[in-house]
Design a binder for this molecule. Sequence first.
Ligand code: ASP
Length: 599
Amino acid sequence: MTFRSEYRSCLAADLGPDQAGRRVRLAGWVARVRDLGGISFFDLRDGSGLVQVVVDPAEVPESSGLRMEFCVAVEGTLRPRPEGTENPDMETGALEVAADRLEVLSRSASLPFMIDDRSDADEQVRLRHRYLDLRRPRMAANLRARSRCIRAIRQTLDGLGFLDVETPTLVNSTPEGARDFLVPSRIRQGHFYALPQSPQLFKQMLMMAGVERYYQIARCYRDEDTRADRQVEFTQLDLEGSFWGRDEVFAAVEQAAAAVVKSLRGADLPLPLPRLTYQEAMARYGTDKPDLRFGMEIADLGEVFAGTGFRGFAGVLEAGGVVRGINIGARHLSRADLDGLVDRAKALGAAGLVWAVVQEGGGLRSPVAKFFSEAETDRLIRSLDASPGEVLLVVADREETASHVLGALRLEMGCPDGHDELRFTWVVDFPMFDRTEQGGLTPSHHPFTAPVSIDQMRERPAEAAAQAYDLVLNGSELGSGSVRIHDSDIQRAVFGILGISGEEAESRFGWFLEALRYGTPPHAGFAIGIDRLVAILQNESSIREVIPFPKTQSGADPLTTAPTRVAADQLRDLGIDLTAETRISLGEGSGGIGTPGKA
Ligand code: ASP
């Protein structure tokens, strides 16, 4: 009864059919008002649920003129609804409160959209009035789920002896591969803090500090350009352990994930979670975040077509490329649909796509069937485990292209809607570095990740494998982590491979390189995106649905209007002047410091 107050004696969810006759006081919002023959019926919604209230405005004058979303307190007697008027879709649908007192605590202006789960208001409008949007039952359930998720994580990790440590949010830049948000220092003009992209270096320093198991529900910031379903500000479960390798990290993360799944879905997550190597994931699913809810695996057809007379494939194989395919199952696709798939493959970057439909009796219907020998046709059908009526898609190209295109087609053709089934997998043994467009190397995770072999990294860095791993759920990357470098010479070597000179490393990370020199324990860790995890478990397609006050894809907040312009003297205090270009783009002259914007 912690919700009891002068306004209420109980919550809607406390009311059960056995309580008929009980006097109750309830407070909440008016959802759905109906006037029937002079009597008002409305659903009263509070933080726990809904209950129907019946009131006669002739007896309770305060109840006349009730409108949606008025905030009210009522007092009355709980009684069973008349037979035939029960609502089986409502928890309290067998009951109603016959109110003999009602107080309007505050009135509501007319609503910009209906407060129910069926309303499909434009997202800008929903975000502009997020406080109303969050009253919708689905959104309220998402908020509760998020809270339960974080509670389950905390309980699990507290139970495993982790220490919850806060790290600062005005920091020096942390390289995670994105752009930093900068915060100007007023006291040291011309100097800037960065908002953390992650607590990476602080958690490593906590290991150096002897905190052997750390976690934090950490807010992180990445100033990325608009990308599908990312937020510039997001929440991670960040953790790290000393004297740990990959298996210990996996065990802790798996226990936390299982507790969250249990809490939000009521299901037992079978542990340990499966593991795939990066190479396997790329070869079988064409992506490093495979969706394992369905098969349709990519098969390598190099042996099927070794020595083929079909020039289209032979040329690619001779040039070191690959021939790979998927079986998208029995589908009724017209010639135009099949040709549409060829166009789609080209749009994804392939030079072309061969489609083939398996015929009764074993042959293929395909524009190129006549170029395949009988043995090739048989081997192709067997390699893709195909039956009559099934459609095969084959790409001959460079390995990355074939893998990417078939991986994308596999998802487009096979991905189930919704997230009822949960398929987690670890992806392990990522490469240490990726190639940049300029031909240099960039960390595939971040530069503090340990290589599998130091010698291999020094000799052939482009091929080196990292002790880095991701956790994937239903085709979405939930998080990443790695075993860290705990030796300052190796850390320097990695910076060197990344083209960061000794001098630059010293000026940017000298403090961290120094910290590594005082008996750093071996350590490893991980970070999981809480927003994505809750979104998937709540069957939401966007993380914005599970973030209380999210920003739009362009990083704006339609509710508070952030980011806003600031007053000229605020900029002057910070020693900041807007460039002439910026002033012109803001529609101002180019003279003078700052902007006359609102404070
Ligand atoms: N700091 C990493 C990230 O935010 C995670 C980790 O390596 O623990 O992606």
